[in-house]
Ligand binder design. Structure first.
Ligand SMILES: [Fe+2]
Length: 364
């Protein structure tokens, strides 16, 4: 699935439509707030980052301290995200922390870079930013070896430039450099409460950049305008349990086709609507009524026609994507030194299958 995309750059005139979108909010930190965030992020990184037993308690305390400095406008931006009224929240004007090492000539292997202090710092800052929007950072037990910090980079090949020892077959995951079509994050079994022991999909994902030398963008497609385009009847048809999916390569027992018969859209009295979809893993069941098959075709078609918003992350910014109401995707990785730091967040009121509280590990 290819997309033409709306461009985002640092030139104000070119991204005005991004900034005025009803689905996107931007929170700019004041200098003193950025200093405070920097100080607290260092405190957590010194403990070893989000994986540390005491990190979540400290983050709760630090988030309260930062929130106490928020203006009325900043509070209202945060509230819109918490109430799931928007697809994306962008944090900007954070401190450009001192890097222990500059952009290298080649991307280091995962095992060398994942415990680098700057990665722990960014992971800690992301955990704190998630807490500002009342999301608890977590990992699934069967994904990413239960680690809360996931590095999104071309460690496994498939990018525009070949890596050393590039394998013939490249896995379909954020650890490879291939382009990824529009999707929400797995698992896809349920949205709000555990089903057959599997926890709901993440409420949010947060991304920031360790290195992004070619300013490569992350793309986001808010779903609400797409549902408005396909109309009420098609939207209601997507709420029926006639959709199947295959498992992510990131999950340990991979590639098994699950005839789970799930819906694409769920609705909850307090959370509003939520979506689960993956353009390269979902299909409509052969036994589905024609009205459902037609709805699925129209939905996929509108996604294909949509123009994603693009945002190139820097060390001074972070993207929080509402996994209930936005799809995200990316182009093939062009500069293999690009490393993004990703964490998942679960919001209040979601009923998960908890395996460990500190750090928070959920059954996937
Ligand atoms: Fe993703």
């Amino acid at each position: 699935m290819s997309h033409t995309v709306k461009s985002y750059s640092n030139e104000p005139n070119e991204y005005s439509d991004f900034r005025t979108s009803q689905e996107i909010r931007v929170l700019n930190f004041e200098k003193e707030q950025a200093d405070l965030l920097h100080f607290f992020s260092n405190e957590i990184a010194c403990l070893g980052g989000p994986q540390n037993h005491y990190a979540s308690d400290k983050v709760s305390f630090f988030a309260l301290k930062i929130k106490s400095t928020f203006s009325v406008k900043q509070n209202s931006i945060i509230k819109d995200y918490i109430n799931s009224l928007v697809s994306v929240l962008i944090f900007e004007d954070m401190k450009d922390f001192l890097m222990e090492c500059d952009v290298p000539d080649i991307c280091p292997p995962l095992f060398l870079i994942e415990n680098h202090y700057d990665i722990l710092y960014l992971g800690s800052r992301n955990q704190l930013l998630l807490k500002l929007v009342e999301n608890e950072a977590f990992a699934y037990d069967i994904d990413n070896e239960g680690k809360l910090i996931r590095l999104v980079a071309n460690f496994k090949g498939g990018g525009e430039q070949k890596i050393f020892g590039e394998p013939a077959t490249v896995e379909l995951s954020s650890h490879a450099g291939i382009s990824l079509g529009p999707h929400t994050e797995a698992p896809y079994n349920c949205c709000y409460r555990s089903k057959n022991g599997v926890s709901p999909s993440p409420s949010s994902l947060i991304l920031s950049a360790m290195w992004n030398p070619a300013s490569e963008a992350t793309s986001i497609i808010p779903v609400s305008p797409i549902l408005n385009k396909i109309g009420i009847e098609n939207t209601l048809a997507l709420m029926l349990n006639y959709f199947n999916f295959t498992r992510s390569d990131s999950f340990s027992n991979n590639n098994a086709t699950l005839h789970e018969s799930i819906s694409i859209i769920d609705f909850d009295g307090s959370k509003g609507f939520s979506i689960r979809f993956n353009s390269y893993r979902f299909s409509v069941d052969g036994n589905a009524p024609d009205i459902v098959k037609k709805a699925y075709d129209e939905f996929c078609n509108e996604i294909n026609l949509s123009q994603p918003y693009q945002y190139a992350l820097t060390r001074r910014s972070a993207l929080v994507i509402n996994n209930y109401r936005a799809l995200h995707c990316r182009d093939i990785v062009k500069d293999n030194r690009r490393i993004l730091v990703r964490l998942f967040g679960v919001s209040n009121g979601i009923e998960s299958n908890i395996i460990s509280k500190k750090p928070l590990i959920l059954k996937g």
